[in-house]
Ligand binder design. Structure first.
Ligand SMILES: *[C@@H]1O[C@H](CO)[C@@H](O)[C@H](O)[C@H]1NC(C)=O
Ligand SMILES: *[C@@H]1O[C@H](CO)[C@@H](O)[C@H](O)[C@H]1NC(C)=O
Ligand SMILES: *[C@@H]1O[C@H](CO)[C@@H](O)[C@H](O)[C@H]1NC(C)=O
Ligand SMILES: *[C@@H]1O[C@H](CO)[C@@H](O)[C@H](O)[C@H]1NC(C)=O
Ligand SMILES: *[C@@H]1O[C@H](CO)[C@@H](O)[C@H](O)[C@H]1NC(C)=O
Ligand SMILES: *[C@@H]1O[C@H](CO)[C@@H](O)[C@H](O)[C@H]1NC(C)=O
Ligand SMILES: *[C@@H]1O[C@H](CO)[C@@H](O)[C@H](O)[C@H]1NC(C)=O
Ligand SMILES: *[C@@H]1O[C@H](CO)[C@@H](O)[C@H](O)[C@H]1NC(C)=O
Length: 358
């Protein structure tokens, strides 16, 4: 699968090829737990207790993606936590736990989940209306702020039993984990915050949660994967030489010590290899290339005039386990301040802070 688009930028001074090396996929391979291109980006999980019940409470849990460009794609998020005491989940709307656990201590009414460390996933699109709440049931897919702020939230409701029944006795869950879908996010402790306020549809009345706590999770590329997941190759109109992705950018071929498995596109059994490994959808199954990257970005300079230059960008997916439908590409380049025209894609500027464009 390939995507093509091109862009034209006005040049300030003489265009230099060196500038191109400012952005590369390895930009994100930092050991620091934040992303220089989106330093305030985070995912905030908000628990709003909406009512107390005889043995616990009903809460709406919302997952807000406050990241500029990093979205959560299929197969979606998995949210986990550790209950502080012996809490159970009686029922859920708009989400479900992946395992019920051991509910043998209950007779009659059996809870939805009795695990000490439940893992919750979103329901799929097409869930019956009586099992939905607002912002649920998108298969765990959450947009980023730049792509579509209205879809940057996901929510589910749960009824918790064997729990505190007042704001003094309730215990906040601990050790939140967020997989989206793989590793990469680290979540802080839950903090009790001012109760959320909700406006009625006509905006004439405000109601509020009985109690609210927030958990903030941040992304680290280093935690997610030690090697880059894409690479950049370059070419230009004035030179036939294509500068390819460096060999072994994302791993070495046939080297089992560094993520070595790949599939030869000419192999006779390709279809069956791909379909049998495509089930979990997480580990990349890459086509054999010298760079071994799941994604290659090719930057071709088509024109370079004193006033402007024009490039064509080709993105190639080498990962048989992914069908990217909501992709975005983040490019850091000083001339983006003066982007004059783009073709076949939507463009938005990220302006994290000024020092990056050296
Ligand atoms: C963008 O263009 C304007 C004039 O057209 C110039 O003053 C400015 O420095 C340029 N910015 C960059 C980053 O090239
Ligand atoms: C998370 O992001 C939101 C929106 O950018 C911001 O208001 C909030 O302060 C951030 N939280 C943390 C703990 O950084
Ligand atoms: C708990 O509820 C009382 C009123 O019932 C309120 O005054 C107090 O601020 C609440 N505490 C928290 C942490 O929400
Ligand atoms: C939370 O995680 C920390 C570190 O992984 C561990 O030491 C602690 O026991 C965990 N707490 C609970 C309640 O599971
Ligand atoms: C808690 O999260 C909500 C929603 O993300 C946000 O509006 C609120 O400001 C947060 N509160 C604090 C104290 O961070
Ligand atoms: C084309 O680029 C290659 C690699 O950068 C260089 O070795 C070669 O001299 C260039 N050829 C011309 C005609 O500029
Ligand atoms: C495999 O990778 C390791 C570490 O990257 C390297 O030391 C080793 O020489 C490689 N082996 C082969 C056969 O390429
Ligand atoms: C990607 O899409 C193709 C064609 O629609 C389909 O055959 C294939 O199973 C899909 N692969 C994955 C991993 O979703």
């Amino acid at each position: 699968m390939r995507f093509l688009f091109s862009l034209i930028m006005r040049t300030l001074s003489q265009f230099t090829f060196l500038l191109l090396f400012l952005f590369s996929c390895t930009t994100f391979t930092s050991t620091e737990a934040y992303d220089a291109l989106d330093p305030n980006g985070n995912i905030t999980i908000k628990w709003d207790i909406m009512s107390w019940t005889p043995d616990g409470y009903v809460a709406v849990v919302s997952i807000y993606n406050f990241q500029q460009y990093r979205h959560i794609e299929a197969p979606g998020w998995t949210l986990g936590w550790t209950w502080a005491k012996k809490e159970v989940i009686w029922s859920m709307v708009g989400g479900q736990t992946t395992e019920q656990g051991d509910c043998s201590r209950f007779k009659g009414n059996i809870p939805h989940c009795c695990k000490k460390k439940p893992s919750v996933v979103d329901l799929l699109p097409g869930t019956p209306y009586n099992q939905q709440i607002a912002n649920c049931c998108k298969g765990g897919v959450i947009s980023s702020l730049v792509q579509d702020p209205s879809k940057a939230v996901s929510a589910f409701q749960l009824s918790v039993g064997a729990a505190g029944t007042t704001n003094k006795t309730v215990r906040v869950p601990k050790n939140f984990t967020l997989k989206a879908p793989g590793p990469g996010y680290t979540c802080g402790p839950a903090k009790i915050v001012r109760p959320s306020k909700f406006f009625t549809a006509d905006k004439r009345r405000v109601t509020q949660a009985l109690m609210t706590w927030n958990v903030t999770c941040t992304y680290s590329q280093f935690l997610a994967q030690k090697t880059p997941t894409c690479c950049v190759s370059l070419s230009s109109f004035y030179n036939d030489t294509i500068v390819p992705c460096p060999t072994c950018t994302c791993g070495c071929r046939g080297n089992s010590t560094s993520s070595g498995n790949c599939v030869d596109p000419n192999a006779p059994h390709l279809a069956s290899v791909v379909s049998s490994s495509g089930k979990n959808g997480l580990a990349p199954l890459v086509q054999c290339t010298s760079h071994m990257c799941p994604v290659r970005i090719h930057w071709h300079v088509k024109l370079n005039y004193r006033e402007y230059w024009r490039v064509k960008v080709t993105i190639t997916n080498f990962n048989y386990n992914m069908n990217y439908s909501q992709w975005n590409l983040v490019v850091q380049h000083p001339n983006f301040d003066n982007l004059t025209q783009t073709f076949s894609f939507n463009y938005k500027a990220l302006t994290p802070y000024s020092v990056i464009s050296k």
